[in-house]
Design a protein around this ligand. Structure first.
Ligand SMILES: O=C(O)CCC(=O)C(=O)O
Length: 270
């Protein structure tokens, strides 16, 4: 797939690139099955992956699963070798990509949104990344799609508490929702400001987020996860018991599971 003309403009101006219907429907069906398999791991204390839960009005639910690419062979192949993803990433990086991290955000009904942030503030080891959003369910205004700030492509914005973009800066940005369907893919730069709302529908809004850096800058994935686990080990899985901690930054707005003594994160090292 070539990235030129309007596509290149969208990338250069906004730091995002929406490719509707880029994935084959059969592949989309397989992705849905594989994501279900990863979610099922969370029920097994000896299972692989790193899983985070949040409290909703309907009870505790999975908020995120990550670090699955080495344990789910077919999903790992997709994440590392899919021709569409690798082709576009190679064009955007001007060289081959390497996987930095991978996650599913489930956003089940009532699942929390994300405060305005730039991923660059949470991704250590390399200063530039590109993420690919792969919707498993429709990402709509009601289900909590991403919103991007138009026209900001490079450079860190001033941050307030916990790595979020400072509130006065958030107000000045022009926010545009990006609704996306299963089969679409959306590439976005780690400096592209984004946010999202709570899922107010009665259906899940699952999305794969796959993050890469230029291979020329080194493979940091295992170091990233070791660093994240070390940082989480020093905390109780929350930010002040108000918000569940699933990121390095305090940008996820989901609530910690109740009762407070229950763990929000479940890691089983295979
Ligand atoms: O899934 C969402 O709604 C937003 C995800 C996001 O911004 C993040 O995981 O950093």
């Amino acid at each position: 797939m070539t990235v030129d003309g309007e596509r290149l403009d969208e990338w250069e101006v906004h730091g995002r690139l929406h490719l509707p219907g880029a994935l084959d429907p059969a592949l989309v069906g397989a992705l849905r099955t594989w994501v279900d398999e990863v979610a099922a791991w969370s029920a097994d204390p000896a299972g692989p992956g790193l899983h985070h839960r949040e409290q909703t009005d309907a009870g505790p639910v999975l908020a995120r699963s990550e670090r699955f690419a080495d344990d789910h062979e077919r999903l790992g192949d997709f994440v590392r070798s899919d021709e569409t993803l690798v082709g576009v990433l190679t064009a955007l990086f001007d060289g081959p990509p390497v996987l930095f991290k991978e996650k599913v955000n489930y956003k089940h009904p009532g699942g929390g949104g994300f405060a305005p942030h730039q991923d660059a503030t949470a991704y250590r080891f390399v200063d530039h990344h590109i993420s690919v959003m792969v919707p498993i369910d429709p990402a709509t205004l009601a289900s909590g799609c991403l919103w991007f700030a138009d026209g900001h492509r490079r450079g860190r914005l001033p941050t307030g508490e916990g790595g979020r973009i400072a509130p006065d800066v958030v107000e000045q940005l022009a926010w545009t929702p990006l609704e996306a369907e299963p089969g679409d893919v959306v590439f976005f730069d780690s400096y592209a400001p984004h946010r999202s709302d709570t899922n107010t529908t009665d259906r899940s809004r699952r999305v794969l987020y796959l993050t890469y850096n230029a291979a020329s800058r080194g493979d940091h994935r295992l170091a990233y996860y070791a660093d994240k686990l070390a940082e989480f080990a020093d905390a109780d899985g929350t930010f002040g018991r108000d918000r569940v901690r699933i990121s390095i930054n305090d940008d996820f707005l989901g609530r910690p599971v109740e009762p407070a003594s229950e763990s929000t994160m479940r890691e089983a090292t295979p």
